[in-house]
Design a protein around this ligand. Structure first.
Ligand SMILES: Nc1ncnc2c1ncn2[C@@H]1O[C@H](COP(=O)(O)OP(=O)(O)OP(=O)(O)O)[C@@H](O)[C@H]1O
Ligand SMILES: Cc1ncsc1CCO
Ligand SMILES: [Mg+2]
Length: 271
């Protein structure tokens, strides 16, 4: 994977302006829509069971996020997911808080069973709980790292037959065979709610354009991480509020030169 690939894919995303259908949580709805617009994608939030099948089938990607789940919304997610599957639209799933409550864990497993998920994106605790492995969790944030996230990503990708993205200080992307680690990003991302949720939708925008989902997701992670680094540099003297707004600015402004200069991605050799 070279930096030109990432820049070229970003350019294509901006040219195509893919429609991203989000069924997401009430905390991050506005931030997610603005982040997708800044990037150059076209967001729509649509939740009603009566319309989600029609919306999902015309989208470039469908993003499902269970952050503030309820039973009505879950039924809509399943309907939308099945429609996306029928029409070849990639489905990106963010199992927010899986492991924190039985309802979230069971719902995540149900979505994985009933919908063919193209990319599963969460922190280590969420991914471990969806896959049925042991890990700490505290609310919607991952607990202290207590294991090898590269191994967790590879095992989960093989077990659930999907591309897995585990985020944290370092991000791991794997389909079980090809694995990348992205070292970009900034700790301020953890001081603004919904940066993980927006990232999941950004992965959707890249997956709408690039069929190789490991490359699509890895490119999205590098782009997002570099944008966060630029935003942190500009707002270091202020704080999370300024950083949140500057992250939106940088999603629109980050240049190919900055991506080439700052991208920090490593391919993992597997045996
Ligand atoms: N310590 C860190 N240093 C640098 N980047 C980080 C750090 N922790 C998280 N990130 C980055 O923050 C973004 C969100 O990842 P995170 O794992 O915090 O998601 P999340 O827990 O789902 O977040 P949220 O629930 O707030 O949406 C990713 O781009 C990730 O690379
Ligand atoms: C804080 C919070 N609670 C449910 S969803 C959400 C947004 C970050 O995942
Ligand atoms: Mg999250």
């Amino acid at each position: 994977m070279n930096q030109d690939f990432i820049s070229t894919l970003l350019k294509k995303v901006r040219e195509v302006n893919p429609l991203i259908h989000n069924i997401t949580n009430v905390v991050v709805t506005n931030f997610t829509a603005n982040g997708l617009l800044a990037l150059g994608a076209s967001p729509v939030m649509a939740y009603a069971a009566e319309e989600v099948a029609d919306m999902a089938k015309i989208a470039g990607a469908l993003v499902l996020n269970i952050g503030t789940l309820n039973s009505t919304e879950i039924e809509s997610m399943i309907i939308a997911g099945k429609s996306a599957n029928e029409h070849g639209v990639p489905v990106i799933f963010d199992p927010v808080g899986a492991g924190a409550t039985l309802f979230r864990t069971e719902t995540s497993k149900r979505i994985m069973n009933e919908v063919k998920v193209s990319v599963l994106r969460g922190n280590a605790a969420e991914i471990a709980n969806v896959a049925g492995y042991q890990w700490n969790i505290k609310g919607v944030d991952a607990g202290e790292a207590n294991g090898n996230t590269v191994e967790l990503a590879i095992l989960t990708a093989k077990k659930l037959k999907t591309v897995v993205v585990i985020t944290g200080k370092d991000d791991v992307i794997s389909d079980g065979h090809t694995t990348y680690v992205v070292h970009n990003g900034h700790p301020l991302l953890t001081k603004v709610t919904g940066t993980g949720c927006l990232l999941t939708s950004v992965i959707g925008a890249f997956a709408a354009i690039e069929k190789d989902l490991v490359l699509a997701a890895t490119s999205a992670l590098v782009f997002y991480g570099v944008a966060a680094e630029m935003a942190a540099e500009k707002t270091a003297q202020r704080g999370p509020g300024s950083f949140q707004i500057e992250l939106l600015n940088q999603l629109a402004l980050v240049s190919n030169d900055q991506i080439n200069k700052y991208s920090n991605v490593e391919k993992i050799e597997q045996v």
